[in-house]
Design a protein around this ligand. Structure first.
Ligand code: GLY
Length: 362
């Protein structure tokens, strides 16, 4: 078992990483999670891990559960309302905890529900995907989509505890693991050369979920995210580096009608960001080639249709990270050396999209 402490201005909490936790309720008790618990569970996770999840819930007499299908289209006010209504109907008060057993989509909605119900009840994340374990379950971003824009409405609300049990990953399809590794690539650029090299060397074992590799990858990623969030919980500065590739990625996801998964979009987005960094002479051609190495591990694998770059730019203009009507980018100068809030001319953006996507379109 590995443990990382995340410390923010609003909350300190543990992230526990293990590959087969025997009794989740023991951990909940040890971390003083309120005894009146409401479970929000991803429908697919419930289908594949029903016995394990029922055992956890059964040990909480009177606990209720709500099963939600994980799709972007469900990240809405209606789903949020459903959670709140179930909480009210079943008499959950301030002395309650919401336990989210799910990936990032349901986790974001569940977090938003916990943060707004009675001005906030305890929240525990049990992320069931690699992507959620290294990103959305950590750091307190919650939200729903609105007006065809991802996570437009939401809160910063830190959980009380995060329990990552990699046994849930075993039923994930290979593309979902790959998707999680797509987000890990981001951390490989944010940290240091040694994690970058480790990632490239161990990518194949990570895809196969080799226990020590996957645990180390999660541990290193969470450690980097925790360090960033500790310094800038509400994304007023440093935390923006976690959005490397994301301006491109969010727009691509919308443009491709969410057929492209988030982690896949992030790898593609980082590819565009690297080309843009090169176009602006932040990195040399040799550096670009070197930085594209981890990205190239992913090519050939995505279901990406050649997009119209203008359409992507139009979607980018709605990004909540924009300021003064200008699209803002996170760009790379070197490993661990990022520039944030860079605005760029439209023709450069178009070129970066064209170059960045060329690696992924046959
Ligand atoms: N996913 C980026 C962040 O949590 O800030």
């Amino acid at each position: 078992m590995r443990k990382i402490k995340v410390s923010t201005q609003t909350q300190d909490y543990d992230v526990i990483i293990d590959s087969g936790i025997k009794d989740v309720n023991v951990l909940l008790k040890k971390h003083k999670i309120k005894a009146k618990r409401f479970f929000v569970i991803d429908s697919k996770v419930y289908k594949y891990h029903k016995a394990v999840i029922d055992k956890i819930i059964k040990a909480n007499p009177g606990a209720k559960k709500l099963i939600i299908t994980a799709k972007e289209e469900n990240k809405t006010y209606e789903t949020l309302q459903k959670i709140h209504e179930r909480l009210i109907k079943n008499g959950y008060g301030r002395d309650s905890a919401l336990i989210a057993i799910c990936g990032g989509i349901v986790g974001d909605i569940a977090g938003f529900a916990a943060s707004t119900y009675m001005r906030g009840i305890q929240l525990v994340h049990l992320p069931t995907t690699l992507l959620a374990s290294v990103d959305s379950a950590i750091g307190g971003k919650t939200g729903i989509n609105f007006h065809n824009t991802k996570n437009l409405i939401g809160t910063f609300y830190q959980p009380e505890l995060v329990i990552v049990d990699t046994k849930f990953f075993k039923t994930l399809p290979p593309e979902e693991i790959n998707c999680g590794l797509g987000e890990v690539v981001k951390y490989a650029f944010l940290s240091n050369d040694s994690f970058n090299k480790y990632f490239i060397k161990n990518y194949r074992d990570a895809v196969k979920l080799k226990s020590d590799v996957i645990t180390k990858i999660i541990y290193e990623s969470v450690k980097i995210k925790a360090a960033v969030v500790r310094q800038d919980e509400k994304e007023s500065g440093l935390r923006k580096i976690l959005n490397l590739g994301h301006t491109f990625a969010h727009a691509l996801e919308v443009q491709q009608n969410h057929k492209l998964k988030h982690g896949e979009a992030v790898v593609t987005g980082i590819s565009c960001a690297l080309y843009l960094s090169h176009q602006l002479n932040l990195i040399t051609t040799a550096e670009l080639e070197k930085h594209l190495e981890p990205i190239k591990l992913f090519t050939q694998k995505f279901d990406l249709e050649k997009p119209d770059e203008n359409e992507i730019i139009k979607i980018m203009l709605r990004d909540k990270k924009n300021r003064d009507g200008k699209i803002k980018f996170v760009l790379l100068k070197g490993i661990g050396e990022l520039l944030v809030d860079v605005s760029v001319e439209k023709k450069q953006i178009k070129k970066a999209i064209e170059n960045g996507l060329s690696l992924f379109i046959n």
